[in-house]
Design a protein around this ligand. Structure first.
Ligand code: NAP
Length: 559
């Protein structure tokens, strides 16, 4: 079983002891004593720390990392090795992590570490003080990772480890390649550092790695890109990950603060779907997008089955699926953007028979939310249940038999960006009279011309007495929560107000609308709706939307 190991990065022994207790309470399987973080070497305090570590129920690794390999030790090599010997000879420590360069540096070091680590007695089954040989690269991901691991494995190490900086998600895929190959024959740690390396940390368990690291809290990482222990266990559902776990994620840039992992991982957990959902930061260009998805498709063992796709890749997704001969849902083609990728492997090891398809669930999420709002306030019809979408996959939205008719309903759409496109298309399909207001007038005019709407000058928006007002701009979004896209006098006639912004849930626009007695629809309804439609496309099951909404609200409130 892959261990979930917490590095202890306190700068004093008492701090490390406190963190050791917290790691124990948090359910860590292992801890790494990062001795190089200690500001001073007080032997009595170190002994006390080691006594506490001996009581830790999991495994204990001792590491005294050189600056050359990303650590903080500035002592002489002789001092460093003698301190490693000191801790290694106590009962507290199960593994010593020694850099390959150190190991290779002298026969004297090999002899000393070798005696402590019992390297020639591996077959005796003695459980304590085994050797992890490691190699780190804080610049990039070398192309010869598999051979590096083989070189390390020629030494009498019990575990081999490589950790390198990933500069792209494709680098992270290469680290997974090396981990997978090596872990099949020997205990291996293979990690990519940096934000894009997160997938190597979470998927370590799927690929049978010896361990992965998780920080105790934000700010206590021993390397860039470590998720916290709590996020590994609760957000990514570490304990549920196994070799057959399917992988999903959100492709975007930036993507670190996306709420999608929280709600989709919770949905997978609730429905016992064996899957994990990760953020994938992909550089904002088509080549990077195509390289990542191609890389995943070429590795069917990875189990990537689908992705949410967000800014700035929604058009890249359409182009990609078209170029790869996949199916683009006609709705997505008409809107000119897709936000959902489905991947169906065909069975070949190289993935060449994999089928990809693209959908737009923003449209459904937004229109279901709006129709529910209209249903509540007595205008239009509430959504009906779903069956199949227009390329034959089951789905869960209001659009089974075609759009609900809203003839004669007038709608003012504020904004002319990506979300506006999906919403204007949906409104026009329903027969609404749509007027678009946007800061950049030309964008409003172009969008209006495409979908048979009207564009009016932005400064006329407060005077428009539409039945429905929809904010599709980012105005009012955190941190600019005191901004509103419409002056309050524009609400005097009590339209239904739908704000697509969901962070915060109650925007200034919605607050002012409620104060004036307007019915309102918040952005959470749309966000959950589009994610729920993705869930259904991927799993062919209805999504647990109440739970998803609850998780999102909790997460937004905790910010
Ligand atoms: P986008 O393509 O970048 O469009 C942004 C729109 O906002 C443009 O019309 C832009 O006007 C306008 N805008 C931005 N800053 C402005 C300002 N200071 N003053 C006036 N207008 C401004 O973004 P998008 O993908 O459409 O997303 C728009 C918003 O929708 C997001 O911010 C998010 O809050 C919300 N959203 C919600 C969901 C959901 O599921 N609830 C999903 C996605 C997005 P110009 O054309 O003049 O630049």
């Amino acid at each position: 079983m892959t261990r979930l190991c917490v590095p202890l990065t306190g700068t004093t022994c008492p701090q490390m002891e406190a963190d050791l207790a917290a790691a124990t309470a948090g359910g860590a399987d292992g801890v790494e004593l990062r001795l190089d973080y200690l500001h001073e070497w007080d032997e009595a305090a170190v002994r006390h720390l080691l006594e506490a570590a001996a009581r830790f129920p999991g495994e204990v690794i001792a590491t005294y990392r050189t600056a050359a390999e990303g650590g903080h030790c500035d002592e002489s090599e002789a001092t460093r090795v003698s301190r490693l010997e000191f801790v290694g000879l106590t009962e507290a420590v199960d593994y010593l992590d020694v850099e390959y360069e150190t190991w290779r540096a002298s026969a004297n070091i090999r002899q000393k570490i070798g005696l402590v680590c019992d390297v020639d007695a591996a077959e005796t089954g003695r459980p304590r003080r085994r050797l992890i040989l490691s190699k780190h690269n804080f610049e990039n991901t070398p192309f010869d990772l598999e051979s590096t691991l083989s070189v390390l494995a020629r030494e009498p190490a019990h575990v081999v480890k490589v950790a390198c900086k990933a500069n792209s998600v494709v680098d992270a895929l290469r680290v997974l390649d090396a981990l997978r190959t090596s872990a099949a024959i020997r205990p291996t740690i293979g990690l990519a550092m940096g934000e894009v390396g997160l997938m190597t940390r979470v998927l370590a368990r799927k690929l049978g790695a010896f361990l992965t690291f998780a920080s105790l809290d934000a700010g206590k990482e021993s390397a860039p890109g470590q998720a916290t222990l709590d996020d590994m266990r609760r957000l990514y559902r570490w304990d549920a990950i196994g070799p057959a776990t399917q992988v999903y994620g959100v492709i975007g840039c930036p993507v670190a603060h996306s709420m999608s992992p929280a709600i989709l991982n919770a949905a997978f957990g609730e429905t016992a779907h064996d899957a994990v959902y990760l953020p994938f930061r992909v550089e904002p260009n088509y080549a990077a997008f195509a390289a990542f998805v191609d890389g995943c498709v070429a590795r069917p063992w990875l189990g990537l089955r689908g992705c949410s796709v967000t800014i700035p890749h929604k058009q890249n997704l359409l182009r990609y699926v078209e170029q790869r001969g996949g199916v683009v849902e006609p709705l997505a083609r008409r809107i000119g953007a897709a936000n959902t990728l489905c991947i169906e492997p065909g069975g070949r090891d190289d993935g060449t028979d994999t089928r990809v398809s693209a959908y737009n669930t923003d449209y459904r999420g937004a229109m279901d939310a709006l129709l529910a709002g209209l249903g509540r306030c007595g205008t239009g019809s509430p959504p009906v249940n779903s069956d199949r979408n227009d390329v034959g996959l089951r789905r869960d939205s209001a659009w089974r038999t075609g759009p609900t008719k809203l003839d004669g309903v007038s709608v003012a759409v504020l904004g002319a960006g990506g979300v506006s496109r999906a919403i204007v298309a949906g409104l026009r399909d329903c027969g609404c009279a749509v007027t678009i207001y946007n800061r950049t007038r030309e964008r409003a005019e172009a969008l209006a011309a495409e979908f048979g709407a009207e564009a009016r000058p932005n400064d006329e928006r407060a005077g428009h007495r539409a039945d429905v007002v929809i904010n599709c701009t980012s105005i009012g979004m955190w941190p600019n929560v005191d901004d509103a896209p419409l002056p309050a006098e524009g609400l005097a006639h009590k339209p239904l107000v739908f704000d697509t912004v969901y962070n915060p849930i109650e925007t200034r626009l919605l607050r002012e609308a409620r104060d004036r007695g307007c019915p309102t629809v918040d952005g959470v309804a749309m966000f959950v709706g589009q994610a729920a439609a993705q869930f259904t496309l991927w799993t062919h099951r209805p999504a647990p939307t109440d739970l998803m909404r609850e998780v999102l609200a909790r997460r937004l409130a905790s910010r």
